[in-house]
Design a protein around this ligand. Sequence first.
Ligand code: FAD
Length: 303
Amino acid sequence: VRRSRLDGGPKGLAVSFEFFPPKTEAMEETLWRSIERLAPLSPAFVSVTYGAGGTTRERTHQTVARILRETALAPAAHLTCVAATRAEIDSVVDSYAEVGVRHVVALRGDPVTGLGTRFEPHPEGYDSAAALVAAIKRRHPAMEVSVSAYPERHPESADWTIELDNLKRKVDAGADRAITQFFFDNDLFLRFLDRVDAAGIALPIVPGVVPVQNFSQTARFAEKAGASMPRWLADRFEGLEEDAATRQLVAAAVCAEQVLDLVDRGAREFHFYTMNRADLVYAVCHLLGMRPGGKPQGVEAAA
Ligand code: FAD
């Protein structure tokens, strides 16, 4: 692993971790083992995704509530506009506020009719992420709201003007930060920051980093999300289909290289798409200089 300016210590760095709500008891155990392992690294927040079409509404809520109950972590609940009325969405946000959730990741979501089709808002629903952000801020002004950003453009954006106008609408509606879709080519991210700056948009933009736990699964996600998979990345995993141990080492090296290069180029915050698994993320955070300890972010009660 290359050295980076970080060798002076992790000063000023912040990380956050994204999880998805578990479907089965076994998945729930995996998730909680991961949370227990990552919690001592004192992430700025941990976020829990919301299934396409609102299919995980209950499970997202339960997972977020359990994090609040059993850990000292700050949970952020993802929420989309899909297939729900404004009243339904408002009541989800109200119920988060009631139990003490202070952060929502507000998204439009994907069309229920499938990717590649046009997003049709629910007739009584919010029609965009910006409308959702505005509604959350109106009802709960102190609620922190993160939104998405796309260094390679959202697949629906015909051009950068549309993409940046959309981001600007979310900022104008009150978004506090954007978290990016994952990417592997850091130049794309830096170019995106330049575009955002040039458009006069002032918003902290946190790079979303995905450790490649499983190359073909990551490639499938990337295709759906409109994120490019560079040839060199495929080359690095080539021939390792049956060799999980080497795959894991290569994945850690690839992710460390990406993150340390971003640090050298000025990034100070990272959002990790954990896929509910801790090992790779823990190793990369260790390379970032993060160590368990400091203010306890304990999950003692969760065991
Ligand atoms: P938006 O920012 O609202 O817009 C997406 C695109 O739509 C824009 O780039 C633009 O091209 C177009 N657009 C929007 N409004 C207009 C307009 N008025 N005129 C022209 N074009 C317009 N999905 C889930 O289902 N659950 C999750 O928990 C979840 N979490 C995510 C977390 C992050 C950090 C990211 C990056 C994505 C996440 N997604 C999640 C995926 C997301 O729901 C999809 O990418 C979805 O297609 C877009 O939602 P958005 O909020 O990113 O879209």
